[in-house]
Design a protein around this ligand. Structure first.
Ligand code: FAD
Length: 508
């Protein structure tokens, strides 16, 4: 069999346009929709001032050197390319977006930005929870580097850094193979792998970063490096879990793949006796085989002013429907679910049953890794907090993803991803819409902080760097723990002038 290689998306056309008054007004309108964790109006004014200051930058010169488009505010595609997944940060407007089509384009952007003192940021899938793939300078957008190559003799797949989970879904399906991936179609593979990468395969096959064999990266000095266990091994160590935006701009990732067969997917919902049902779910999950990938959620929604709670389990089981049913039987003896879908399917058809699109929204998520079992008191507090949720026009969810299995085949120092030996990744997610006013949002944010801080008594103080949280105190320690000093030394070696920086980046 010949290796397969192609670009998944179409080639963009060059567009150079100046910012229009409407872009400024649109930016102002976005500010009014932000929550406390977004930019203030003052920050936005500062951004606009910076925009005016930099208008003399030689954009035409950059555009002429790129194979891809240089898209400026006012161009038809600008808004779509600039808008982040976390809409509360959409008020930060880049002066230009370079849609890189080649590795050389990425090198050109970095060299041009340095020569013109222009701040830069990398954008792949745009799903940073903190809006950290935005800048008031030049956004280096690699989404057009959406290639996929499979080498049958080694079982290795190489994806361009513009690939999304959707690319993995569509390209791996005909091969009957997979890469440990995330659940939402639109999340970028770059951000996912650089910060770890959790998903329903991780207990059986490890995290996305565990499957990484090689990556190519453009450094601050414009050099293109290949990193693997033998070449630039220190940087390869750091790229597996230190998160995006810290050391350079990646252009490709090479992964181990694994063969797939049939799986049993499930989605069960309960609306009653939540504490008892949760206890049975927790007992089952903590002794489950590695073939089970599961997310357990308790969701609150407002109905006639009251918080109405539901409990759900969602995931897949690599095994038969009968074996899954016997695994969950002790839960069903507590109570039958209000809704239940259990379906056996070929692996990739099954993924489609449990996936989400991942379209932009307003959301703030705060995470904690958990060791062992959550106590009855912890569960009582979770339910109480959700019952006392102030409410928005959307929802609030406490959830956990079951960890263990192959994640713990590595030690915390094997690579930058330090969080090994935990039973769960828990998180609280607050969602809202523009219909919710500022006073209500402030109350919700206060509630989220209180809930998150209270949970620390029952969890660890460590947080998932891919659920990056602009309001997390002591975030460097929380994301990287004992690996932080080594990461800082690597940062000093490869980016001594701190070209790649954002509010929570690894400092020099
Ligand atoms: C709806 C949704 C679902 C999610 N589901 C999962 C999940 O199932 N599993 C999981 O582990 N996580 C999940 N996440 C978290 C996700 O992994 C992170 O938000 C991740 O950083 C997103 O990557 P991105 O490329 O889409 O984002 P971006 O916003 O493009 O980038 C994230 C960060 O990486 C930097 N970056 C982007 N591209 C590059 C590059 N080529 N080189 C260097 N740095 C780069 C950016 O500058 C930014 O700092 C989810 C997030 C959302 C919003």
């Amino acid at each position: 069999m010949e290796p397969t290689s192609h670009t998944v998306s179409g080639a963009p056309r060059p567009v150079v346009a100046k910012p229009s008054r409407r872009d400024f007004l649109r930016a102002g309108a976005r500010v009014s929709l932000g929550l406390g964790v977004g930019l203030s109006s003052l920050d936005w004014l500062t951004s606009c001032t910076k925009l005016a200051d930099h208008r003399i930058a030689p954009w035409d010169e950059l555009a002429s050197k790129l194979q891809g488009a240089l898209v400026r505010p006012g161009a038809a595609s600008f808004s779509e390319l600039s808008t982040p997944w976390a809409l509360q940060y959409a008020s930060t407007i880049p002066q230009a977006i370079a849609q890189c089509r080649t590795e050389a384009d990425v090198q050109t952007c970095i060299q041009w930005a340095k020569a013109n003192s222009m701040p830069i940021v990398a954008r792949s899938g745009g799903h940073s929870y903190g809006g950290y793939s935005l800048t008031t300078g030049l956004m280096i957008n690699v989404s057009a580097l959406n290639t996929f190559t499979y080498e049958p003799t080694t079982g290795l797949a190489t994806v361009g850094s513009g690939a999304r989970n959707r690319t993995i879904f569509t390209q791996c399906k005909p091969l009957d193979r997979a890469i440990p991936h995330g659940r939402c179609y639109e999340v970028g593979v770059a951000g996912l792998v650089l910060g770890g990468g959790i998903g329903f395969d991780m207990r059986l096959h490890g995290l996305t970063c565990d499957a990484l064999r090689e990556t190519r990266i453009v450094l601050a000095d414009g050099r293109m490096l290949t990193c693997n266990e033998k070449e630039n091994a220190d940087l390869f160590w750091a790229c597996r879990g230190a998160g995006g935006g810290n050391f350079g701009i990646h252009t490709s990732f090479t992964f181990d793949t694994f063969p797939v067969g049939t799986i049993t997917t499930f989605n069960l919902v309960w609306t009653d006796r939540l504490a008892d049902t949760f206890a049975a779910i927790q007992t089952m999950t903590l002794s489950a085989p590695d073939t089970l990938g599961i997310k357990v959620s308790i969701t609150a929604q407002k109905q006639a002013g009251a918080s109405v709670l539901s409990l759900s389990i969602l995931g897949h089981f690599v095994g038969s429907e009968a074996d899954l049913r016997s695994l969950i039987a002790p839960i069903l003896t507590v109570q039958k679910p209000a809704e239940q879908t259990i379906q056996i399917a070929p692996y990739w058809d099954g993924q489609q049953l449990i996936t989400e699109e991942g379209r932009p929204e307003y959301s703030h998520e705060r995470s904690r890794f958990v060791k062992g079992q959550l106590s009855d008191e912890a569960v009582r507090q979770i339910i109480l907090n959700l019952k006392n949720w102030p409410g928005t026009s959307k929802a609030a969810t406490w959830k956990y993803f079951l960890l263990g299995g192959q994640i713990d085949a590595r030690s915390p120092t094997d690579m930058a991803f330090v969080h090994r030996g935990y039973s769960m990744l828990s998180s609280i997610e607050l969602e809202w819409t523009p219909a919710d006013d500022a006073a209500l949002l402030a109350k919700n944010e206060q509630w989220l902080t209180g809930f998150h801080n209270q949970m620390e008594a029952y969890t660890s103080s460590y947080c998932y760097q891919n659920f990056i949280d602009p309001s997390q105190e002591g975030y460097l320690q929380a994301y990287y723990g004992t690996n932080l000093p080594r990461l800082q030394a690597i940062k000093r070696k490869y980016d001594p002038e701190n070209l790649f920086n954002y509010p929570q980046s690894i400092p020099v």
